[in-house]
Design a protein around this ligand. Structure first.
Ligand code: ZN
Length: 339
C-alpha cells in the first residue's frame, strides 16, 4: 500500500516523539502539521457491540492516508511518563488502572468503561501522544498537531474513569505545557457534543487554564451549565440544545467562546476535538456537518496566530459514526494544514 509505506518512511525519519523534528532531517517544519498515532489505539476494545470501537480510528487513519495529507509529518505516540500523569490524576487512580487490566477478555471498571489487554497501553499512549504533540509544538518543530488516538479523555476526572475515558489526555497535555515548557496560560476549547466534566473537575480552581466548551445540554454527563464558571472565572460553558445546527454552533463560538479565548491570550491552545455533534451521530441530537468542524478550527487558528504563534494541539475525543467521523476529521486536519 503506497500511502502506508510513505507514512512509515516519514515516521521513521521523525524517529519517535522524543526526537527533535527540526534535527531529524524532516522538511522545514514552519507551517507543518504533525499527526500522532499508534497501533495500540486500534487494539483497545471495550466489547463487541461498544460504540467506542477501533473502527472509528481505522476510518480516520484511512482518510488521512489520502494524497491530500501527504505532507503531514507523522510520529508514533510514546508512553506517558508517570510523573506527567500525576499532574492531572491521583496515584490511586493510576495504580487502579494498571491493576485492572485483564490478561484475557474484558474487565468492567465503571459505568461505560471496560478494559481489554491492550487498554492500559493505549491509554498511556493516548496521553503520551498528547505530551509528544505539546513538545513538538512548543519547541517550534511544527506549527500544530493532531493526535489520532483512543481512548478519549475529557470525561476522566482526577479520580474516576468514565464515559469511555480513562486518562484525561488534554488535562495531562495542558499541565505538561505549563510545567515542561513554562507556558503561562493554556486554553482548552472543547467542541465534543458532550460536556468535558473531567476537564472542568481538574481545572475548576486553576486560574492559568481556560476551559471553554460547546456541548448539547441536557445530555451525558449532565454538567456544563452556563453558571458553572470555576473558582476564577476560567470555565466557559456554552450549551446548545437538541436540534441546534451550524448556525447556533457558530453563534455560540462567536459570541461566547472565541472572545474569551482571545482575551485569555494563551501561550498554547488545546482542542478537545470531538465530532459527535455531527448530524448523523448516534449519540447526540445536534446537527453539525463536516464544514462546521472546519469552521471552528479556522476561527481558533485565527486567535492562535494572533496570540501564540499558531500553537494548537488537537486531541481526538468522540464521534461514533465512522464514515462521518472520518470526513469530519479530514475537514478539521485539512484546516490545520492551512496554517
Ligand atoms: Zn462525546
Amino acid at each position: 500500500m503506497p500511502g502506508r509505506h510513505s507514512a512509515l518512511t516519514r515516521r521513521e525519519a521523525i524517529a519517535g516523539a522524543g526526537a527533535s523534528l527540526a534535527c531529524s532531517g524532516a522538511r522545514a517544519a514552519t507551517g507543518s502539521t504533525l499527526l500522532v498515532t499508534h497501533p495500540a489505539a486500534l487494539a483497545h476494545d471495550m466489547g463487541p457491540s461498544h460504540v467506542e470501537r477501533p473502527e472509528r480510528l481505522r476510518a480516520i487513519l484511512h482518510a488521512l492516508d489520502d494524497a491530500r495529507f501527504a505532507d503531514l509529518l507523522r510520529a508514533e505516540a510514546p508512553l506517558a511518563p508517570h510523573e506527567a500523569l500525576l499532574r492531572a490524576h491521583s496515584s490511586e487512580h493510576l495504580s487502579r488502572l494498571a491493576k485492572s487490566a485483564p490478561s484475557d477478555g474484558y474487565a468492567r471498571i465503571g459505568p461505560d468503561v471496560a478494559m481489554n489487554g491492550a487498554t492500559h497501553e493505549a491509554a498511556l499512549r493516548a496521553a503520551g501522544g498528547a505530551i509528544a504533540a505539546v513538545d513538538a509544538v512548543m519547541r517550534g518543530d511544527v506549527k500544530n498537531a493532531f493526535v489520532a488516538m483512543r481512548p478519549p479523555g475529557h470525561h476522566a476526572t482526577r479520580e474516576t474513569p468514565m464515559g469511555f475515558c480513562f486518562l484525561n489526555n488534554a488535562a495531562v497535555a495542558a499541565r505538561h505545557a505549563r510545567t515542561a515548557h513554562q507556558a503561562s496560560r493554556v486554553a482548552i476549547v472543547d467542541f465534543d457534543v458532550h460536556h468535558g466534566n473531567g476537564m472542568q473537575d481538574i481545572f475548576w480552581s486553576d486560574r492559568n487554564v481556560l476551559y471553554a466548551s460547546t456541548h448539547q445540554m441536557p445530555l451525558y454527563p449532565g454538567t456544563g451549565a452556563v453558571n458553572e464558571t470555576g473558582a476564577h472565572d476560567t470555565i466557559v460553558n456554552a450549551p446548545l440544545v437538541k436540534g441546534d445546527g451550524g448556525a447556533q454552533f457558530r453563534e455560540a463560538l462567536a459570541s461566547r467562546i472565541l472572545p474569551r479565548l482571545d482575551a485569555f491570550s494563551p501561550d498554547m491552545i488545546i482542542l478537545c476535538a470531538g465530532f459527535d455533534a455531527h448530524l448523523h451521530d448516534p449519540l447526540s441530537g445536534l446537527r453539525l456537518v463536516a464544514d462546521d468542524f472546519r469552521e471552528v478550527t479556522l476561527r481558533v487558528m485565527e486567535i492562535a496566530a494572533r496570540r501564540c504563534s499558531g500553537r494548537i494541539v488537537s486531541l481526538l475525543e468522540g464521534g461514533y459514526r465512522p464514515e462521518d467521523l472520518a470526513r469530519s476529521v479530514a475537514a478539521h486536519v485539512g484546516a490545520l494544514t492551512e496554517a
